[in-house]
Design a protein around this ligand. Structure first.
Ligand SMILES: *[C@@H]1O[C@H](CO)[C@@H](O)[C@H](O)[C@H]1NC(C)=O
Ligand SMILES: *[C@@H]1O[C@H](CO)[C@@H](O)[C@H](O)[C@H]1NC(C)=O
Ligand SMILES: *[C@@H]1O[C@H](CO)[C@@H](O)[C@H](O)[C@H]1NC(C)=O
Length: 216
């Protein structure tokens, strides 16, 4: 037995242990290696599962969230503005309305043709036609429409104090409209959405600038 245990690569004297010790050491090393491997697999599987859950949550909470696009009118320079405050109070105005459809969804918003109404004292004084189109994913569709406004059709109850309002030097207008459409995410998930515009703007009749503009 002692003869067998002595092989020339590992003489017991030189390395200080017998073959039996080596064998048990080997099995311990093997066990250790197996354990480490199992650990690696377990960690890998857990990491993968967490990754899947996070990805799923991201998909549900961020990608699949359908948000109403923002529909508004931006600031603009007034091209022409004529105001009559004396004999028969009236105003005429023209400008290019920068209408914006901001789509924050991860998919395009296709909308139907619509109309934006400009009102003075709650009565329509002009309009802008919005053609059917779409706002691409995560982008703002810009529609610039020429608009002419006239107080000519205002009813007498509003017209009666138009003179004093115009004398104050400010014309307050609102623009209102609704855009109806559909959002498509990942080419297959669709949802109908509509966006309301409700903006109020004050135009200085002396300087002919929009001195305040706010949208709801
Ligand atoms: C606005 O236009 C109408 C119709 O064209 C006209 O009768 C009115 O006098 C104009 N008002 C001003 C202030 O130019
Ligand atoms: C119109 O603008 C002028 C110049 O900025 C300003 O002095 C004036 O007060 C404004 N008018 C009104 C009614 O705010
Ligand atoms: C638009 O906003 C005004 C207040 O700025 C509010 O009185 C009005 O009811 C709103 N109109 C719509 C259609 O939401």
């Amino acid at each position: 037995m002692a003869e067998k245990n002595q092989n020339q690569y590992h003489p017991p004297e030189s390395n200080g242990y017998h073959r039996n010790d080596q064998e048990s050491l080997h099995t311990m090393e093997d066990e250790e290696a197996k354990r480490k491997k199992r650990m690696k697999w377990t960690i890998g599987i857990i990491a993968f599962a967490i990754f899947q859950v996070v990805q799923g949550l991201f998909f549900i909470l961020v990608i699949m969230k359908f948000k109403s696009p923002k529909f508004r009118v931006g600031d603009f320079p007034v091209q022409t503005l004529t105001v009559e405050t004396q004999a028969s109070p009236s105003f005429n105005m023209s400008f290019v309305a920068p209408i914006r459809v901001k789509n924050t969804n991860w998919g395009p918003f296709k909308y139907d043709a619509s109309t934006v109404y400009f009102t003075y004292g709650g009565v329509q004084v002009g309009q802008a036609i919005i053609p059917k189109s779409k706002a691409n994913f995560k982008s703002t569709k810009k529609i610039d429409v020429s608009v002419t406004l006239s107080s000519a059709n205002l009813p007498s109850n509003i017209n009666s104090n138009l003179g004093s309002k115009l004398s104050s030097g400010v014309i307050t207008l609102t623009s209102q409209g609704e855009l109806k459409g559909k959002i498509t995410i990942m080419f297959m998930f669709k949802k109908k959405k509509s966006s309301q515009m409700n903006c109020t703007m004050a135009i200085n009749t002396t300087t002919k600038v929009v001195q305040s503009l706010s949208c709801k």
